[in-house]
Design a protein around this ligand. Structure first.
Ligand code: ADP
Ligand code: MG
Length: 819
């Protein structure tokens, strides 16, 4: 029987008359009162009746069948309940309802349709998909997409949340939503101003209000009458329509920006379009490849998902609450809800971290299987003597790290350890212990630093100690004279020279050791993979100690050095005072200059740093030269001011730094070439211009150039930036001297690239994972990987995981594996 044809008026009348006449089961023209009611409730309830009311509706039919057997009081109660029920139902149905959330098409539903047509395989070339074709497949190759599987693993960079359905009165500009309403008016016409533009107008209405939607179609094919009429016919008056898009406030009021519109059978019916009423994926695109092409191709490809195998063991998935791979891939593209999207993302982020960690740990296992028989004894003459001549006692952190290193060295497995320690934490001493362990066991050692200044500084520090131990040490850099260089080469081969300090000059082919057992690399992140490998190749799997003064957050450390053992010197030698740090604006410059004059008057020295202004060293140098002139001529005419920049030869640079160290300059003006490690204890002021252009970690490094002696020191950060963000960022340095905390903040403010301060930072190429937001998942992945390797280091029992690891790890590392 047809539903929805309820005659509310007759029903209402029958009920009220029966009540007026004292519940006597009146006889009407055709039926008795209770028969009439039975018939009505025997019909299906009207369209849109909520489920719970449907049940009540059917109950009423039964109750009225029994009406004649009820007492008057019971009849009275029943009728009153019926009237109440009908009144409320009618209200629900007639006030256009809060629309039901549209039923989303299941992704499987979308794909199943295609599936029946032709099966698709994971390895199938995209050019064979009808939705793509040969030409567009060529374009997709530019995105690295060749096969159906590639496409499935091509994750969207974002999603537009069309799944949020709201009423018209609740539209808020800036939100992406779906509305459902009825068509009040529809029009399609050629723009009066532009003959090639067709304007489509739709007025939609729901129970809370109405809204005008516009779509614009550029191109003559859209301005034909025929096309415009067809458009109008799609949206007949009174039909129910869903529209999705970004809510926009324009001068005519609120609207949806270029919405996706689709006609529904009725309110609450299933929405067919792939776009409307759902969370829609947005993909990284390339020229000639539109969003819809990728979406369509992915929908078709989703059918191949069934063939995917999840390489993650089920126990692991269950233990960490991870979604299965098929479900995750399906939901990362077309999530049915935002919760499912979040779950899918978590699983796939886990994968990115997990395979990287697994790769790192496996490499470490492999390294541990190398036996180089280079065992250094921790107890020996040199270390004992050095302990005695040390002018200070080691900090607990230094002692702990030294022990860790000595233990590594006392093993046939080559050491591969990174020592992290804040500026001034005393890493050099720690390295010396390692070197002495090698030397007292009859091996040679090499110490490589990224710049001549740093190499020379290490050398100068080592000389007095090595003299007391009667040990020779030499320095080899690009500027070492030929005769000296040849002498060094000779002594290395004969073994007369036990320790060589230097720059990249160390990796030249002409440098050969008799018995290189230890390689120390300072500021290791400034060397390329090749350079490190080349130095290592000069020995037989030598022990490797790397050091960095750029403390990095744990997430970064894990992703960069997950294959290394890491030691932290997390304690400064006693007596270090905090460097008083102040952010100043241009207007407060005189304060800075006053402080500089005061300090110089007391015999102290000053650094003034100018940041890289452009990507060009030339401009950079120009600025430094100009500022140097201005400062020398106008601001501090009575002071000696040195100048240091990247265009100077190393000999020139060295000359300037040596003069500064010897207190011949009051002030040194420099570009960032000054950088790490320069150690002049008499310098007490570090003034940094345009500080907002530096990363916090880099500023912290620069700040570490002062406060190295017993005098109170200052860091002045000049910044005229008015953005609150820049101020807030710089204020981190006013508040903290803790390199780890600072780098963590840097990571949050500016991302991983800045923290590392290098362009080719060696960071893996994650598609989804964020080092800032996904720390928890990274930790989880690390633990999971550790467990798996501990149980089965060659992954022999997990062949599919092993296979996946091989491809994923290479891909993440961009083919370049760090040492
Ligand atoms: P960094 O970790 O920045 O390389 P250095 O090794 O250059 O630090 O040490 C900074 C300064 O602190 C040096 O002058 C060094 O001699 C001194 N130093 C190192 N360890 C200690 C200590 N335990 N007690 C006192 N001074 C120390
Ligand atoms: Mg150092």
């Amino acid at each position: 029987m047809a539903s929805g044809n309820i005659d509310w008026i007759r029903l209402d009348k029958a009920l009220s008359v029966e009540a007026e006449k004292g519940f006597t089961n009146l006889q009407g023209n055709q039926y008795q009162f209770n028969e009439f009611l039975c018939l009505n409730f025997g019909n299906s309830p009207p369209n849109g009746t909520p489920t719970s009311d449907r049940r009540k509706w059917q109950n009423f039919a039964a109750q009225y069948a029994d009406y004649s057997n009820l007492s008057v009081a019971q009849r009275k109660t029943l009728i009153s309940q019926t009237r109440q029920f009908l009144y409320e139902l009618r209200k629900t149905l007639e006030t256009p309802s809060e629309p039901q959330p549209p039923k989303l098409p299941k992704t499987t539903a979308i794909t199943d349709k295609k599936a029946s047509l032709r099966p698709i395989s994971l390895e199938q070339s995209l050019s064979t998909l009808a939705e793509v074709g040969y030409k567009r497949a060529e374009l997709l190759k530019r995105l690295g997409l060749y096969t159906v599987k590639d496409l499935l693993f091509y994750y969207p960079r974002d999603h537009i949340d069309y799944a949020r359905q709201v009423t018209i009165n609740n539209l808020v500009a800036g939100e992406t939503v779906t509305i459902v309403g009825t068509v009040k008016r529809c029009n399609c016409f050629t723009s009066p101003k532009n003959k090639k533009l067709s304007i489509f107008e739709l007025i939609l209405r729901d129970h809370t209000g109405q809204i005008k939607l516009n779509r614009f179609f550029a191109g003559t094919r859209f301005t034909s009458r025929g096309w415009q009429e067809r458009q109008k016919r799609i949206y007949p008056l009174g039909s129910t329509v869903a529209a999705s898009g970004l809510v926009k406030q324009n001068r005519y009021g609120i609207t949806l920006d270029n919405p996706e519109i689709e006609v529904l059978d009725s309110v609450g019916s299933s929405i067919e379009s792939i776009k409307i009423g759902r969370v829609l994926p947005v993909y990284p695109l390339t020229e000639g490849v539109g969003a819809d092409l990728i979406r369509k191709a992915i929908i078709v490809s989703l059918e191949a998902i069934k063939q995917l195998r999840d390489p993650l063991p089920r126990v692991l998935r269950e233990q960490y609450g991870l979604m299965g791979l098929k479900e995750a891939i399906s939901n990362i593209h077309f999530p049915e809800t935002s919760e499912l999207l979040a779950h899918a993302r978590r699983r796939l982020v886990f994968d990115e971290f997990f395979y990287l960690q697994l790769g790192f740990l496996q490499r470490r296992q492999e390294q541990k299987q190398i036996h180089n028989s280079t065992v250094f004894t921790p107890k020996g003459r040199l270390i004992e003597q050095f302990d005695n001549i040390l002018p200070f006692s080691l900090t607990n952190a230094q002692q702990r790290v030294i022990n860790e290193i000595l233990e590594d060295l006392n093993s046939v497995t080559p050491m591969n350890r990174l020592v992290q320690g804040d500026v001034g934490a005393g890493k050099t001493i720690v390295a010396v212990f390692a070197v002495l362990a090698a030397l007292q066991s009859g091996y040679q050692a090499a110490l490589m630093a990224p710049t001549e200044v740093l190499a020379e500084q290490h050398y100068r520090k080592l000389i007095p100690w090595f003299n007391q131990l009667y040990l020779p040490v030499e320095l080899l850099t690009g500027s070492t004279k030929k005769a000296k260089r040849e002498e060094i080469h000779r002594q290395l081969i004969t073994g007369e020279l036990p320790l060589l300090v230097g720059t990249h000059a160390l990796i030249q082919d002409t440098v050969n050791f008799q018995k290189l057992g230890l390689v120390v690399i300072d500021e290791q992140h400034r060397f390329g993979v090749q350079q490190r490998a080349k130095l290592l190749a000069k020995g037989k799997s030598p022990h490797v100690l790397t050091m960095t003064a750029t403390p990095i957050p744990r997430t970064l450390a894990l992703t960069l050095h997950g294959d290394l053992d890491v030691s932290q010197i997390d304690e400064l030698p006693p007596g270090r005072q905090a460097i008083q740090t102040t952010v100043l604006t241009g207007k407060e410059r005189t304060q800075a200059y006053d402080l500089i004059r005061r300090e110089v008057a007391q015999g102290r020295q000053v650094y003034i740093i100018f940041p890289m202004i452009e990507e060009s060293e030339k401009l950079d140098v120009k600025a430094a030269v100009e500022e140097h002139k201005k400062l020398s001529d106008k601001v501090f005419p009575d002071f000696n001011i040195g100048l240091l920049h990247g265009r100077m030869s190393s000999v020139e640079k060295d000359g300037v730094l040596t003069a500064f160290r010897d207190n011949k300059y009051h002030i040194i003006v420099s570009t960032t070439v000054i950088e790490v490690g320069v150690d002049v204890p008499n310098a007490t002021v570090m003034l940094i211009e345009n500080a907002e252009r530096f990363g916090l970690s880099q500023l912290h490094q620069l700040r570490g150039r002062v406060g190295r002696g017993s005098h109170k020191s200052y860091c002045l950060l000049m910044s005229s930036s008015k953005t609150p963000d820049a101020r807030q960022r710089l204020s981190v340095l006013e508040q903290s001297q803790d390199g780890f905390f600072i780098s963590e903040m840097d990571l949050r403010f500016r991302g991983p690239g800045t923290v590392l301060g290098t362009r080719q930072s060696g960071l893996p190429d994650f598609a989804l994972a964020s080092l800032i937001e996904d720390q928890e998942v990274l930790e989880l992945a690390r633990v999971a990987a550790e467990k798996i390797i501990a149980a089965d280091k060659n992954l022999g029992s997990l062949p599919s995981l092993k296979k996946e690891l091989e491809t994923r790890y290479q891909k993440l590392m961009g083919g370049e594996i760090l040492t």
